[in-house]
Design a binder for this molecule. Structure first.
Ligand code: SF4
Ligand code: SF4
Length: 334
């Protein structure tokens, strides 16, 4: 097979992405969980609220993509109704991001055309995955991936790369091929929720680790016929920096009514909007929007605030690398 070229996927002006956390509860307790109950609450949206908010965020003039998230979204008894409502309303794509447990018999309750199922797995075997995500999770998750693929669902997989599992990433392409997964999202460990509490070198990768390992494994997966998507992270010489908060439409909705435009801001009360009586109200005071306007040589302002150690400087204080928006992706298509 011809080796494909890596392509940066720019932000699309007529696209809207809606990341809807319908609850924050989860049956697992992953080491790097990004849910922060102090900021995101511990409630679930009701069936009626779910439908109202789905109406609120659909823009019929744009290609609107919906991702149901949690916590574990399949724990919500009304997820299935939410998927059907989103389809009727006209969302272009609907994805359910699941830890693999697929509660409420999800696969039997919807059709493959209703939603893409995106599973999370952080290792190619139980010995790697389960210390991160929980005992028995690898077996359950891979069994449900097989079931979903056999039923004809479009299945993706997200692997969050950290110091704990980077050495095992290279074994993932073969596993994905065997399982029948079509799309592979390689995600970088974030600095949100529980991950933020660890000392810097416990989970976080160095730029060298990321740049050496990720593109190589992505290429291996693409060579096996798998569509691979991974964050850009470091901008190359001459590449323009863009903050998605300024040039794209992304809404990260939490059940307590907070709506962020930047996932890196989710640990702070910096949300741009609050949903009040099913209306989207722009917040006053300091919000993430003010941060988006800051133009700094390092690129992403939030990365500079949260992870200054990731940026190196020359003798004159000029950054040697610029950090891209965390929402800027690269892809390799088979
Ligand atoms: S499955 Fe997701 S929500 Fe649940 S503990 Fe793991 S990271 Fe957190
Ligand atoms: S990650 Fe950085 S560049 Fe992207 S939206 Fe947030 S602040 Fe802007």
């Amino acid at each position: 097979m011809t080796t494909p070229a890596v392509k940066t996927v720019g932000f699309k002006p007529r696209e809207r992405n809606v990341f809807f956390h319908i609850l924050t509860a989860c049956n697992l307790s992953c080491l790097h969980c990004y849910i922060n109950p102090a900021q995101h609450g511990s409630t679930a949206v009701s069936k009626e609220t779910m439908a109202e908010w789905l109406r609120l965020f659909l823009d019929p003039d744009k290609e609107t993509n919906l991702i149901f998230l949690g916590g574990e979204p399949t724990l919500h008894p009304d997820l299935i109704a939410g998927i059907k409502t989103a389809r009727q309303l006209g969302y272009r794509t609907v994805t359910v991001d699941s830890n693999g447990f697929l509660f409420h018999n999800l696969l039997a309750a919807i059709e493959p055309r209703d939603a893409v199922i995106s599973f999370s797995l952080d290792g190619p075997a139980a010995e790697i995955n389960d210390p991160i995500r929980g005992k028995g999770v690898f077996a359950t998750c891979t069994a449900n991936i097989k079931k979903a693929v056999a039923l004809g669902f479009d299945v993706s997989l997200i692997y969050t790369v950290s110091r704990l599992n980077i050495d095992h990433l290279a074994r993932m392409p073969a596993l994905l091929k065997e399982l029948g997964v079509k799309r592979f999202f390689i995600q970088v460990i974030g600095l949100r929720g529980k991950s933020a509490a660890y000392p810097d070198d416990t989970l976080q990768l160095t730029p060298e680790e990321w740049l050496t390992v990720i593109p190589r494994v992505a290429r291996q997966a693409a060579d096996l016929g798998i569509h691979v998507i991974f964050p850009k992270v470091f901008l190359e010489e001459g590449e323009t920096f863009s903050c998605a908060g300024k040039v794209a439409e992304n809404y990260f909705i939490f059940p307590n009514g907070r709506v962020y435009q930047c996932p890196l801001c989710e640990d702070f009360p910096l949300h741009t909007f609050t949903i009040d009586n099913n209306r989207l109200v722009r917040n006053s005071g300091l919000t993430e929007e003010q941060l988006f306007t800051l133009d700094i040589a390092e690129g992403c302002v939030m990365n500079k605030l949260l992870q200054p150690g990731n940026i190196r400087y020359d003798a004159r204080g000029k950054p040697l690398t610029r950090i891209s928006c965390c929402l800027l992706k690269q892809e390799l298509r088979p």
